[in-house]
Structure formats: C-alpha cells, structure tokens
Design a protein around this ligand. Sequence first.
Ligand SMILES: Nc1ncnc2c1ncn2[C@@H]1O[C@H](COP(=O)(O)OP(=O)(O)OP(=O)(O)O)[C@@H](O)[C@H]1O
Length: 251
Amino acid sequence: MYVLEVENLIRNYQKAVGKKGKEDIKVLKGLNFQVEEGDFTGIMGKSGCGKTTLLKVLGMIDKQTDGTVRFMGQDTKGLSGDTLADIRRTKLGFIFQDYYLMDSLTVEENIMLPMILGQEDAQKMMDSAKAYAEKFQIDHLLNKNPYELSGGEKQRVAICRALINNPDLILADEPTGNLDSKSGKIVIEALRTINQEMKKTIVMVTHDPQMASNCRKIILLKDGVILETLERGEKSQEEFYQEIIGKMEEL
Ligand SMILES: Nc1ncnc2c1ncn2[C@@H]1O[C@H](COP(=O)(O)OP(=O)(O)OP(=O)(O)O)[C@@H](O)[C@H]1O
C-alpha cells in the first residue's frame, strides 16, 4: 500500500518583477515518487532546493501548482480546506525543527492538542499522552511548560504530539536541526523506534548525512528534480552513510 504517490509534482512561486510584472520561480519541476507503508524516507538537497516546499505540499499545508499527490490512495487536489485540515490533524503527524510547542500550555496539554481539537474523551487523552511520554522518557515533565525544557526534551514532546492521533504518516522537517549531537541522537533513536517498532511511515527532510543514514531510502533533490533515489537495502548504516557522503558532492 502506498501512503503517498506523487506524479509530475510542480510547485512554482511568483516573484514581483518591476511595478506590475510577475515571474514564476520554478522550485519543484515535476517530481515522481512513491512512499510505501512502513518506509523511512529521507529528502536531501542543497539549501533552497525545495525540500521544505515539498514537505509542505505532502503535508497539505501548501498546494502544488500542477501534478498529483495521492495520500492513502486519495487524490488531495479536489479536497476542501476543512477536509484537508481534518486529514492534517487526524492522519498526519508533524515534527518541525523549531518544535512549534505552545509555551502557555503544559507538556501534557501540548501532547494532547490534536486530540483536544478533535474533542476526544478527557481520560482517553490523558492516558494516551502519558503512554507516549513514558515511551520517550518525558513522563516526569508532563506538568512543566515547554520553556522549562531542553531542546531534545521539546522535540520529544513534539514527537508525542505527532503520534497522539495514531497517524498514517509522520512528516519531519530537520527534526535535529537545532539540537546538539547528544540530543540529536536521542531524537533520531525515537524516530527509529517510531518506524521500526510502531511501524509508522516517516518522511524526513535533513541535510545531515548521519541522520539520513537511518533512513531506508533517500530522495536526492537537485535543481527542482530528483537526481537519484538511494536505497539502503542490505548495507550497514556505516556503508550507507559513506554512500550518502559521496553522493552529497554531486548535489
Ligand atoms: N512563499 C514563497 N514565496 C516565494 N519563494 C519562496 C517561498 N517559499 C520558498 N521560496 C523559495 O523557494 C526555494 C525553495 O525553498 P525551500 O524552503 O523549499 O528550500 P529548502 O530546500 O527547504 O531550503 P533550506 O535547506 O535552506 O531550508 C527557495 O529559493 C526559496 O527562496
């Protein structure tokens, strides 16, 4: 089963030229790929090549200019804003570099937020939040506010929030980008657990080859097209890391 099917995906932005003119900036120039259920797919490429743009379209935060994105077999093109918002809240989990936690809420409330918006039963929400917090060793922080936490702890809160509705797909944009290497390792370990134990499908943007070597597959973007897709296959993580480093020179 494909979680995502992307066909001829094009995303242009418009730039003002002179007083009245407009010019297209072509960012994604016709991408084709699929993400299978259970995949852990990385997206890599130079700064400005369109990684975040792609993740936003896959996460239905942004719309493509042309082409097709099917999520769980459904073409997202004709869906209303409300339907897209429902899909984002119930079927997708987002993890961002900057965490996007609400400082005015406790850690527990932050984790429960997608369920609160869905008006779920209070006890069910608290039980789920506690279970995920225990799984990622932040249960002792449930009554604190995000501003009292380290970056690595914040990102684990964001991971729990991303999982709380049992989504079909997790989208992560540079999830270790703001973390030191020790916290980054804890976060990537959490993502591996989510993928391998919980069988969640993950698409992760990263510029870090060490992070990327945890993926099963890597899409390399260059100049708005897919330069190559790397498969880990039977390679060890170290061998895959070396392959990624080699390919990065071509980006
Ligand atoms: N809303 C927008 N309007 C116009 N141009 C945009 C907009 N968003 C992004 N761009 C441009 O599109 C290109 C791709 O941006 P994007 O953020 O997707 O790149 P990226 O690969 O994620 O970069 P980085 O690794 O630096 O985060 C860049 O040239 C950027 O300036």
